[in-house]
Design a protein around this ligand. Structure first.
Ligand SMILES: O=C(O)c1ccccc1NCC(=O)[C@H](O)[C@H](O)COP(=O)(O)O
Length: 254
């Protein structure tokens, strides 16, 4: 059993505690993400709130999500990702709501979505974007969840790691694709993964996001050179003494 299998198994257990139906609680209009990144002249940055991870254990547990989010905004982040998975990442939907309470940049609810109720819950807690991980969903479910989120006015990052997943993602006619440099089954990180996959499947209509493992301005330049338009950065910012400055370093011109 891989760690990803374990995360999904735990998620199924957690979902047993959910109400049978999660109703949409408002008609809030989500904040646009893709258009805002594309309007800029630097690489977009999604800055992540991440206490811990299965690959690294505790990363930073001595912070307040709202304060960390405000630092990210001060740094000029284009969006904030809140990792809400609790068993392996020590996050919660309360973190998401707390961040929503203090920022007006788009928020990504980063979790392992395997049930439609999670999408409505993300919307109700103030998320503007969700992420669907291709490897944990079959084609029919992926398409259905994609439509559910779009119907709520949310944007969707369709996350892939390899060519087979990229081909499945493209069948959705997606607006945003995230390429994870981390193999979620082995934890191995390879920044060339983003460059290789965009090179083969580039489409100017799609916003390509490089995810995981970026630490330096040189990493950001490599991703921008490979036609990634945005980065998703967690650990580097959570460990940084001065996240405001680090975001500035990663926002390279394009
Ligand atoms: O981060 C992990 O160890 C991990 C393990 C298994 C499944 C998912 C995992 N991370 C989720 C993410 O995609 C990252 O938090 C995100 O891309 C930021 O990555 P990083 O900048 O390397 O913290």
């Amino acid at each position: 059993m891989t760690i990803l299998d374990k995360i999904v198994a735990e998620k199924k257990e957690t979902l047993k505690e959910y109400p049978e139906v999660v109703e949409r609680a408002s008609d809030r209009q989500p904040i646009p993400f893709k258009a805002r990144v594309e309007a800029g002249d630097t690489l977009g940055i999604i800055s992540e709130i991440k206490r811990a991870s299965p690959s690294k254990g505790d990363i930073n547990t001595g912070f307040t999500p709202a304060d960390q989010a405000l630092l990210y905004v001060e740094g000029g982040t284009n969006a904030i990702s809140v990792l809400t998975e609790s068993d392996f990442f020590k996050g919660s939907m309360t973190d998401l709501a707390d961040v929503r309470g203090v920022v007006d940049v788009p928020i990504l609810n980063k979790d392992f979505i395997i049930d439609e109720r999670q999408i409505v819950d993300a919307y109700n807690h103030g998320a503007d974007i969700i992420l669907l991980i291709v490897t944990i969903l079959d084609d029919e479910t992926l398409a259905r969840f994609h439509n559910t989120a779009r119907d709520l006015g949310m944007e969707v990052i369709v996350e892939v790691h390899d060519e087979e997943e990229m081909k499945r993602a493209l069948k959705l006619d997606p607006e945003i694709i995230g390429i994870n440099n981390r193999d979620l089954k082995t934890f191995l990180v390879d920044l060339d993964n983003t460059v290789k996959l965009i090179d083969k499947y580039y489409d100017e209509a799609i916003l390509f996001i490089a995810e995981s493992g970026m630490e330096t301005r040189a990493d950001a330049q490599k991703m921008a050179g490979g036609k990634a338009r945005c980065l998703l950065v967690g650990e580097t910012l959570m460990r940084a003494k001065h996240p405001v400055e680090v975001i500035g370093e990663l926002k390279v011109g394009i």
